[in-house]
Design a protein. Structure first.
Length: 256
């Protein structure tokens, strides 16, 4: 059973063929999908998808750093708190810091990240971290908020070997998706030095489609290209890659 630990199946890009996309994944053995939150505007769509596929979909709750805005951040964080109080989720995510799109909101992003880390600890949930051009900031805050309950996934890991080891030191798995297939992605050069027990599979669909689909809409079925790349990197059978990464996902999310 293949696990996609990070897919935005509920977004508009899938409105015309969502069920067909999910079915294509089923045909390849991709039966477990973990859906990160973006903001409150997507919550209803996430809940509806979980209701339709209760055996295959698990939800996270959180406020994405690129959606941390001065005019809405308090309402959005209140929504996260309210949803956590009403319903069970498997993680707080995706949360973190993104300095690619907007550096002006850094202080707000820090505040939102810290508050959601604390929520994760109070509910004993893992965190799924979005980090873009912000490793130093993320590590500083993880160090500040670190405790024995901390665990999670560095979604779409794009750092170097030293940063990978630092992430793992906080009980984080590395989310590996389409970037590992990119010619200049970089992580394929050192990933063999990271034991497979620290890796989970993801797509981040509809974004970051792997080669040879780069530039197209991503979907869970394309995770096969990621698996093939990991087979070559680790020199392990495909079955082993699938088994270990799915076990890692089960351990982090404490389900299935």
């Amino acid at each position: 059973m293949i696990t996609d630990t990070h897919t935005h199946l509920y977004v508009e890009e899938f409105d015309q063929d969502r069920d067909a996309v999910i079915s294509r994944g089923f045909e390849l053995g991709i039966y477990r999908h973990f859906l990160p939150s973006i903001d409150s505007t997507y919550t209803a769509a996430m809940l509806a998808l979980e209701e339709k596929y209760p055996e295959n979909i698990r939800l996270m709750m959180g406020l994405h750093p690129t959606h941390v805005k001065p005019e809405t951040v308090d309402l959005e964080l209140a929504h996260v708190r309210n949803m956590l109080a009403k319903k069970s989720f498997v993680a707080i995510g995706e949360i973190g810091i993104d300095l690619y799109w907007d550096k002006a909101t850094l202080d707000l992003q820090r505040r939102a990240f810290i508050e959601q880390i604390k929520l994760a600890q109070s509910y004993d949930l893992p965190i799924v971290i979005h980090c873009r051009e912000a490793f130093d900031e993320i590590f500083k805050l993880l160090e500040q908020e670190n405790n024995p309950k901390m665990r999670g996934i560095f979604h779409c890991f794009t750092g170097n070997l030293e940063q990978a080891k630092r992430a793992i030191s906080f009980n984080m798995k590395l989310g590996i998706g389409g970037v590992v297939t990119f010619k200049n992605g970089g992580i394929d050069q050192f990933l063999h030095e990271i034991p497979l027990k620290h890796i989970v599979l993801e797509t981040d669909s509809p974004y970051l489609a792997p080669v040879p689909y780069r530039g197209k809409r991503n979907e869970s079925a394309f995770i096969s290209e990621v698996i093939d790349k990991l087979v070559s990197i680790y020199n392990q059978p495909r079955k082993k890659i699938i088994e270990v990464t799915s076990e890692n996902a089960s351990f982090i999310f404490n389900c299935w």
